[in-house]
Write a protein that binds this ligand. Structure first.
Ligand SMILES: Cc1cc2nc3c(=O)[nH]c(=O)nc-3n(C[C@H](O)[C@H](O)[C@H](O)COP(=O)(O)OP(=O)(O)OC[C@H]3O[C@@H](n4cnc5c(N)ncnc54)[C@H](O)[C@@H]3O)c2cc1C
Length: 361
């Protein structure tokens, strides 16, 4: 099968899907290819901040997301044992300190709002295999596999929005600097007990952060920071001593923990790393979101950074296509617009990680 579009976006996560929606709205024909079969992803960034909320409102997407289900966080609380030692409440004119939005709801809303647009096409079960270049080195599309069949997509611009392990980045041989942060995160989900307030709760356990995120659908996502690379050893030990500090701080969760965290298999380990690409653009090629800059889970900003990339890139890319200049020099405007902010946010993440224990002093 041969397809054609102005832009081919590899990766239908938050960054790629929002970009596809905005480009199509601008009349730029766009094909998104996504290797998953649908919109549901397990354990991803699902907390959006006030800035992303404003972006989604600006593009008339927020209402539909809200209808599908969101949960506004009332506070962030820091616990020492059972005692609250610090509490962050919403600023003036705000009614939350973050919003939980399941990625399934976010992606569904954006896709639904794009469905009527003839310039928007999303192909699930489709995995990029090869980038195509012309004689001058411009990227002019991709080869992908869809349900076992090879398809060819010709495009003026290819966007790699395919996440932290970006295939597009690797195929384009774009160097990336990866940093580890001395910890990994174990994620687990349990049902919240009746009356559990939608608040983000933080506890310091043996020098490590333990975070509880209230979620839509009456769930709590728990994230334990553990020493980097320690999960294989940890999972050989008994689980109960690991759970004890959590129960000690939140005895009201004991029943739910006993029922839903019975083995290490109930946990997913996220290898924590951050990265930054030396360049985000080549002739006819752009990287956005985690593909360009993986963030650590600190402050839950990864999804927000990726969606802001899409919001900033859409008008720049629309103009570049209209003006028929998709050279790296032209596309660099996007990189220049975003790179410093991302760098600052990554520095802030490290600062927050290294000073976390001071919040409990
Ligand atoms: C396991 C995990 C847990 C996370 N937890 C948190 C958290 O708690 N808080 C937080 O803020 N952030 C978290 N993140 C990061 C957050 O999810 C990302 O920052 C955010 O989703 C970035 O959006 P994105 O669109 O750039 O990339 P992604 O959401 O990663 O989307 C990339 C998309 O590309 C698709 N794809 C990949 N390769 C190919 C290919 N070859 N062909 C076609 N499609 C492809 C993927 O299926 C995916 O849908 C987590 C990430 C992971 C992987």
């Amino acid at each position: 099968m041969n397809l054609q579009a102005d832009v081919c976006i590899v990766g239908g996560g938050p960054a790629g899907t929002l970009l596809g929606h905005l480009l199509a709205k601008n009349g730029v024909s766009t094909i998104i290819i996504e290797r998953s079969a649908g919109v549901n992803r397990q354990f991803r960034g699902e907390h959006i901040n006030a800035e992303t909320e404003a972006i989604l409102k600006e593009h008339q997407l927020f209402k539909r997301i809200e209808e599908l289900g969101i949960l506004k966080m009332k506070k962030v609380e820091y616990f020492s044992g059972r005692k609250i030692v610090k509490s962050i409440t919403p600023g003036n004119h705000e009614d939350h300190v973050g919003i939980h939005v399941p990625q399934g709801h976010l992606l569904t809303a954006i896709i639904e709002e794009s469905e009527e647009n003839k310039h928007f096409q999303l192909l699930f079960n489709t995995t990029v295999k090869e980038l195509i270049q012309d004689d001058q080195g411009y990227y002019t599309g991709v080869k992908a596999i869809q349900n076992g069949e090879e398809i060819l997509i010709s495009s003026k611009v290819t966007v790699g929005a395919d996440g932290r392990y970006s295939t597009v980045r690797k195929l384009a041989k774009i160097p990336t600097v990866e940093m580890t942060h001395g910890y990994d995160v174990l994620w687990a989900k349990i049902p919240a007990p009746a009356g559990w307030e939608p608040t983000t709760r933080m506890v310091l356990v043996n020098g490590h952060q333990l975070a509880l995120f209230s979620q839509t659908g009456g769930l709590i996502q728990i994230g334990w920071n553990i020493a980097e690379g320690s999960f294989p050893t940890l999972r050989k030990e008994s689980l109960q001593p690991f759970l004890d500090p959590l129960i000690e701080s939140f005895p009201e969760l004991e029943e739910s923990i006993k029922e839903h965290l019975q083995s290490w298999n109930n946990f997913v380990c996220l290898k924590v790393q951050s990265s930054r690409c030396e360049t985000w653009v080549e002739d006819g090629l752009i990287l956005i979101g985690d593909a360009a800059h993986t963030m650590t889970p600190t402050g839950a900003i990864g999804i927000n950074c990726g969606m802001k990339d899409a919001h900033i890139l859409a008008p720049i890319l629309t103009k570049a296509i209209e003006e028929k200049d998709i050279s790296a020099g032209q596309l660099k405007i996007f990189e220049m617009n975003r790179k410093n902010e991302i760098k600052t946010q990554q520095i802030m993440q490290v600062l927050q990680e290294t000073t976390f224990s001071e919040k409990f002093a």
